[in-house]
Write a protein that binds this ligand. Sequence first.
Ligand code: PLP
Length: 441
Amino acid sequence: MTRGGETEAARYISSNMAALYVSAVRTLRTRSQIFLAPRRFQSAIASMKEILEGELEGIRQAGTWKTERVITSPQAASITVEGTEGNILNFCANNYLGLSSNPEVIAAGKKALDTHGAGLSSVRFICGTQDIHRELEQKIAKFHGREDAILYISCFDANAGMFEVLLGKDDAVISDELNHASIIDGIRLCKAQRFRYKHKDMRDLESILQQTQGCRMRLIVTDGVFSMDGNVTPLREICDLADKYNSMTFIDECHATGFLGATGRGTEEFLGVDGRCTIINSTLGKALGGAAGGYTTGPKELVTLLRQRSRPYLFSNTLPPPVVACASKVFDLLMEGEANLPRKVAENTARFREKMVAAGFTIAGDNHPISPVMLGDARLASEMSDALLQRGIYVIGFSYPVVPKGKARIRVQISAVHSFEEIDRTVDAFVDVGKQFGVIS
Ligand code: PLP
């Protein structure tokens, strides 16, 4: 190696050393970032976990923890439940017509899977509207005798997306104090002046209608049926007040569509006030096949505007074809005169309620299949429902804060597919357990 060569070599080594040094520093820096970053994230995550664990413990302490039993069969009158032996009689689903596992409904869903696919990967206005979506909307409007209808992925979304489109700051929304959470949330999102009337209290409603006469538009808002009590809104009186004070009416028919009234048209039919409500929202996720979906039906200008402006409609995926087809089949069945289904629900309901009252129980509500067995005490409701499960009857106890303090109950829900024998067996089980817990003598 020449001197020059030595110099070259030295230069080579030293420049490489420098490169090595720079690379080592870079590596260390990167590593230290990598080491430091997770520590920072971990502490944020650790503190989040601590905060949430505190919240969870609060729920446990308050006795309001909700556990989910795992069903291992289709939804039906008789089901299998993880951790229990044999078949269990199901008295706590919203499967009022028993159509969740109806063979014709299932066949329609399977067929649509083949003909229209699993889903649309799109919102409605981009490329998420199929022929079957429009057909279902037309069937819904026809079923309710309204001008048009619009589908949502749930009724929660229908309620969340309607009020802010219809009502502005010059308008008033007047809502029953016990309306469903989704109505409360929907109203929160709108800019209208908000008023709440006492539950089913027509005097209170009238006084608010008197106060708000200067508003551009007014909308009275009510559940058709209140799901904790199984009681029906006084719709005739509400419609009379709406006429008197030139107001519109909105009704949430989730616990009425398909089975309440002689042909299942809901609260309007049940109370003989057909066609008087301005707007109806309802769900496909309860009596109407029980899959999912919700809708608004009413004046065509409203439905058209909802398609332009309603946020859950514009910014959320379209209903999957099998779900649309199942609901569509249910409407066919109802419109082709499966009127014996609503009648069967009514007969079953009357049988359960009469036998339970004769046995000494107090049942709340207005002859609705939601038949709350009133017990008062939260622990009693929970222990009795556990004891009933041991006897093969699946019912759920409800207590505060879902219902007022001291008004704990077991909410029994009757379906068209319960047989008289199953209803009688359930009453017998209630009688045994009721005696055991000292509720009846
Ligand atoms: N409105 C009422 C009165 C309900 O009971 C429910 C469901 O529990 C909803 C709206 C929401 O319906 P969905 O399950 O279709 O979102």
